[in-house]
Design a protein around this ligand. Structure first.
Ligand code: FAD
Ligand code: SIN
Length: 538
């Protein structure tokens, strides 16, 4: 096993990871250097596929205000969004977005060079910046990847998975990483480990998330003893393209509805008015349940999105990626209905973190989708995620510039025993049929811990996940990346199912058919490995 040390390690190369690397390098003294570890190629992430855009309450947008954005976020959050968090993120959006521009990020502008703003569900005004029409994530990632790659002070490990955090006595001292190409492990000591590992969508049979979204950071932090919050809250997007083309489903952005598209059945009959006065622009959880309900009632695999009412030139200019993707499979969105169905999209739960990225473990920070800061509550408002990534990436570096970063010197017995779990080269591990086990897990989660849940389905999930655990007897060292991902998916799946079972109410994206009412008592769920569920807390 190789050993090394850095002043800071960032895990993940989505927008949270890349932007925090650039801000850390710019602002923080890093005597032992800065390392960015990513399990894919630089930039491969959920971020890269973001379409609709990024919320920004810009001073020049006279129609908007932070109070309006705060109010919309809190309303969508179903009682669980935390006011101070929402306020901080909203109030910092102008500053951070303008800082992003300095790193070469561009957003679409009109003929007068003013920013174009779009609207998505549950936003009361147009306040969402976009780039490349509907390629916002790709454009931001391109700009940030370029800056990170050009920066000689940022060392990059690609194709490298973080597989275990080195935590002892409530303090993180580094991380063990594994390279799937060389099958080599490395222990890296550092006083600061920033998790920016993204979401968990791949736990579900249908998801908009790319292949790498396997909840690694969530599982690693839980294994290491961190406080985890609101694990039962998974957001399902109402309109993924209902055509299977690989490991995930292509997203049809909410912004298409924001520009006027309508949901309908195969005959063009619209149905959203049956469910909510805000129709297509009701909060995401409501539209998702409406689509799912229509599909079940009519025994069909999808509903349709009718964008033919939007001017065709505008449609292709505004949504070039979506138009092209649909055309590739024979759907001309200017003339044809688009088949759509819900899919797992975003994780509101995660590692409990404050606005400086601090978790319950000293030296371990979490930013972006892996973190649960209390911004999104029970249901994320569209396009608030990219904003949270950049504001928290900015604020973690602001915070760390005031701290002297000393690389840990004394490695005690308990750290040594964690390392021993991975350095034993004599360990013989049998080959397992991981693709088949992954499929089973995804079916279990989709069928039982999905858009609608109840006690029976959740108990079924827990029992079937336990069976899978018995067939997968690894908690630490695994044979390859696929196994590490599966190990992490099992941990996270169990956490989601157990917390969902304990929340005996419906709130936001967590809908229990056996408890359809929202309880008057509005509380977070908090869980740790050592103590289990610490009851539902305020
Ligand atoms: P990610 O972008 O997911 O990056 C995580 C990184 O961590 C990846 O590089 C991954 O390879 C790496 N990683 C993971 N595990 C490990 C490990 N064990 N070791 C090393 N590296 C690891 N949000 C919006 O606000 N607006 C939108 O328009 C929008 N559209 C979306 C469209 C799609 C199709 C999807 C999937 C999501 C969308 N979202 C949108 C949500 C948003 O994109 C994500 O929440 C956000 O980009 C998360 O960024 P992140 O940096 O936290 O994580
Ligand atoms: C979308 O474009 O519909 C996704 C926006 C988001 O997830 O915030």
């Amino acid at each position: 096993m190789r050993y090394s040390k850095y002043s800071t390690i960032i895990i993940g190369s989505g927008i949270a990871g890349l932007y925090s690397a650039l801000k850390m390098e710019q602002q923080v003294k890093l005597p032992d250097g800065l390392l960015l570890v990513t399990k894919s190629k630089l930039g491969e992430s959920n971020s890269k596929y973001a379409q609709g855009g990024m919320v920004a309450v810009l001073k020049e947008n006279k129609a908007d205000s932070t109070s309006s954005h705060i109010s919309d976020t809190i309303k969508a959050g179903a009682g669980l969004s935390e006011f101070n968090t929402v306020k901080f993120i909203s109030e910092n959006s102008d500053k951070v977005v303008k800082d992003l521009l300095k790193f070469g990020v561009e957003f679409d502008r009109d003929e007068n060079n003013n920013f174009c703003f779009t609207k998505e569900a549950a936003h009361s005004v147009r306040r969402i910046l976009h780039s490349g029409g509907d390629a916002t994530g790709r454009m931001i990632e391109l700009a940030l990847c370029k800056k990170v790659s050009e920066n000689e002070n940022i060392e990059i490990y690609e194709d490298t998975d973080a597989v275990e955090l080195l935590v002892t006595s409530g303090e993180c001292k580094g991380v063990i990483v594994y390279n799937d190409n060389t099958q080599e492990y490395e222990t890296i000591y550092s006083p600061v480990v920033i998790l920016a590992t993204g979401g968990i969508g791949q736990l579900y049979k249908y998801t908009t998330n790319p292949i790498g979204a396997t909840g690694d950071g969530v599982a690693l932090a839980y294994k290491a003893g961190a406080l985890m919050q609101d694990m039962e809250f998974v957001q399902f997007h109402p309109t993924a393209l209902a055509v299977d083309t690989g490991e995930n489903r292509f997203l049809i952005s909410e912004a298409v509805r924001g520009e006027g598209a309508k949901l309908c059945d195969a005959d063009g009959v619209e149905f959203m008015s049956k469910y909510d006065d805000r129709r297509e622009l009701a909060p995401r959880d409501i539209v998702t349940r409406a689509n799912f309900n229509e599909m079940k009632e009519n025994n069909v695999d999808n509903v349709y999105l009718n964008a033919t009412c939007i001017d065709s030139t505008k449609l292709t200019r505004r949504f070039p990626t979506i138009s092209k993707k649909c055309l590739e499979i024979g759907i001309d969105i200017a003339h044809d209905f688009i088949p759509v169905a819900p899919a797992a999209h975003y994780y509101m739960g995660g590692v409990k973190a404050n606005l400086r990225g601090e978790t319950s473990i000293k030296g371990l920070y979490a930013i972006g989708e892996v973190a649960c800061t209390g911004l999104h509550g029970g249901n994320r408002l569209a396009s608030n995620s990219l904003l949270e990534c950049v504001v928290c990436a900015y604020s973690v570096s602001e915070y760390l510039k005031s701290i002297e970063l000393k690389t840990p010197k004394q490695i005690n017995e308990s750290i040594k025993s964690i390392i021993d779990n991975y350095s034993n080269e004599d360990l013989i591990l049998d080959e397992l049929n991981i693709p088949q086990m992954k499929e089973r897990l995804k079916d279990i989660m989709w069928d039982n811990v999905g858009i609608f849940r109840d006690e029976k389905s959740l108990m079924t999930a827990i029992s079937e996940l336990k069976n899978l655990q018995k067939e997968f007897p690894r908690m630490h060292k695994c044979l390859n990346r696929e196994e590490y991902e599966f190990r992490n998916m099992l941990i996270v799946g169990m956490l989601i199912a157990n917390c969902a079972l304990l929340r005996k109410e419906s709130r936001g994206a967590h809908y229990r058919t056996d408890y359809p009412e929202t309880s008057e008592k509005c509380v977070h769920s908090v869980i740790t490995k050592e103590q289990g569920v610490l009851d539902f807390v305020k």
